[in-house]
Design a protein around this ligand. Structure first.
Ligand SMILES: [Fe+2]
Ligand SMILES: [Fe+2]
Length: 220
């Protein structure tokens, strides 16, 4: 973990919330961030990326930053930035139920019990967001679209995957933003240890990669 100031990161997330135009989504997101602040500061991302105290908050921040950047790069894309920001900020909120608070202790066990195994974080997150949204006077079909941002963000059916495949471009953007962050973050240490031309393996990557042999490439 680099020197990450979690208070700063949390404040940046609050700034993202301020960009949400829909007052219901903005208020709902503020409430979730207030109620879950402690958990976001203490849970890891997961055991394959952002595996440290507060890794969950930092990962969520990175995904939201990535998703907004991707959207801005395709400036004429007719997508709803409210859904993208709200969905990114809450996409992994279900992990707060699945994981114990992180400790450096060797006896640390990440999973907090059966919910991670039986329900998975996509369901848990969708359920948390639906519970919060039930306090607002919100169009039922739009509410389903909001929940879709959380339930479909994994973009694949698997043990820990999506409840349903993405059916809105907004969640596709979130999914790619999530994927690149969870893929690149655990690469840092491995990459710094590998020499030019060597193969290296990132913990959650599907295969080994080669490091560049370009003589003009200066290894950091
Ligand atoms: Fe996830
Ligand atoms: Fe994620």
């Amino acid at each position: 973990m680099d020197n990450i100031n979690l208070n700063e990161i949390y404040n940046k997330c609050l700034e993202f919330i301020e960009q949400i135009k829909n007052p219901i989504l903005k208020d709902c997101c503020k409430k979730i961030y207030s109620d879950y602040k402690d958990k976001l500061f203490n849970k890891p991302g997961t055991n394959t990326h952002h595996y440290y105290k507060g890794g969950l908050l930092y990962h969520i921040y990175c995904v939201t930053r990535n998703a907004i950047t991707i959207t801005n790069l395709y400036g004429n894309l007719d997508v709803d930035l409210d859904l993208i920001i709200f969905g990114s900020l809450t996409h992994d909120i279900g992990k707060t139920r699945d994981f114990n608070d992180f400790t450096d202790d060797e006896s640390y066990i990440m999973s907090s019990g059966n919910s991670a195994d039986l329900l998975g974080h996509s369901y848990e997150g969708a359920h948390i967001v639906e519970t919060y949204l039930s306090n607002y006077d919100i169009d039922e079909q739009f509410k389903n679209q909001v929940i879709h941002m959380i339930g479909s963000h994994m973009n694949e059916y698997s043990e820990w995957g999506a409840l349903v495949m993405p059916k809105m471009l907004e969640v596709t953007i979130i999914s790619y933003a999530d994927n690149i962050d969870s893929h690149l973050e655990p690469a840092h240490k491995i990459l710094s240890l590998a020499n030019k031309g060597e193969k290296y393996k990132i913990i959650n990557a599907p295969r080994e990669y080669y490091k560049s042999l370009n003589p003009y490439y200066n290894k950091k």
